[in-house]
Design a protein around this ligand. Sequence first.
Ligand SMILES: [Fe+2]
Length: 251
Amino acid sequence: MLFGKRKRRDGPTELPAGLCNLHSHILFGVDDGAKTEEQMYELIKLEYSFGVRHLCFTPHYNPALFEPKPRQIAESFDLAKKFVQETLPDMKLYLGNEVFMRPDTIDRLRDGSCKPLGDSNTVLTEFHPTTSWDDIRMYTVKLLGNGYIPLLAHIERYDKLDDPDNIYELKSLGAYLQINTAAFETSRRKLVTKLLEQGAVDVVSDDRHNETRGDPPISESCRFIAERFGYPAAEAVFVRRPLRLLGGEEI
Ligand SMILES: [Fe+2]
């Protein structure tokens, strides 16, 4: 079974409408995600079949590995928008980057080399898995001090965030937390369970790169969270909080 043993709650188990996926590598030709235009269209349709109606493309911005040009990104995004307008008109698309934190990141955000999510100031923020706690904290403070809202990507990947005290410190500073749908299949299962029970997870996304390298479908993850933690918890992390972050609002 995908998510292991389920402990069901009483109450409705239907899924919330209009799911939001804030973290994906579906835009083609710009990073290690979709390689072709056709693959991008297939992945958009796949997300639609999961119930996603708000889809944000977040190509990697990590100059050591991927540094897609804004123009390349804009061209792929225009094709995606045209496809969606013609075939899935009730789906809304957004654009941002998954931004790997480096000393010059604030400058790169300011000069438009990379961008926050949609029209918001929310930055999908990535660290190296071995980044020190001091650096994670320092970059979080730096983003906040420059008017950006950090949404820390797949927090289950970072050794230094295995300590709930560090996580709560980041939250108290004003950062938001994203986990991947695969987080329950990692060694951090216990941690993410605790965070979800406490309402400390803000966003769950599938970080989709292609059809097979894939985190579990958002629909399955949403159903699991609704059954395990309650419908309001699922609605919060798959609809309400991600949409608020896209709108630049506090949660
Ligand atoms: Fe990603």
